[in-house]
Design a binder for this molecule. Sequence first.
Ligand code: 1GP
Length: 235
Amino acid sequence: MDNSILNFIQDATQKGKKLLVILLDPDKTSPLEIPGIIKRIKKLEANLIFVGGSFVKNGATENFVKKLKDNTTIPIVLFPGDYSQITNYADGILFLSLLSGRNPEYLIEQQIKAVPFLKNTTLEIIPTGYILIDGGVKSSVLKVSNTTPISQNNIELAVNTAVAGEYKGKKLIYLEAGSGAKTPVKSSLIANVKKEITVPLIVGGGIKTKQQIQTAFNSGADIVVIGNAFENNIL
Ligand code: 1GP
């Protein structure tokens, strides 16, 4: 059986096994902190590590991922803010399209710019539909992409965007309230999207407590991503 990251996620989703992801931003974390970070990640029993950020300095991602690899066998997946964050030292990459936005830069331009870096890559490329939901703050994704998030109340638009993503061939759908969101993606929105798609559903942004993680899982998230709360040692 193929032991790709996507296969691992699909298999877990099928079995109803929920997955926890810790998101690390190379710009906010010193490589010196990595051994301690890995200990905490193991304690939380996280299944995957995402690495990325909206404004990462050139070269920072590669050094950071190398150091992570020296310290753990947990799969590392790039969650890049732009194509300059691509490094072959990771295991996979979320090949994101910001489907909620109408900015061609994040729908297709960045993806084209990434191709020269991915042509001979060993990274597993995972087509992912990325959907920005209004989390009540001007998140970095919103600022960088200059796109309008989908309102938490516009369930129909969020569902149709997710389903269109699946029709377009995305293997994962990611509902993002934005890093540091005041309001994480609401249960009813998660539940309605989950009902209409067959691919695994990732939810992130503003989730800070074990209770909130559980709520997202119970609502239908297959994967929950935690960034700030881990970084700030709240979890
Ligand atoms: C991952 O961007 C989020 O989807 C992370 O958000 O930093 O608020 O956990 P937080």
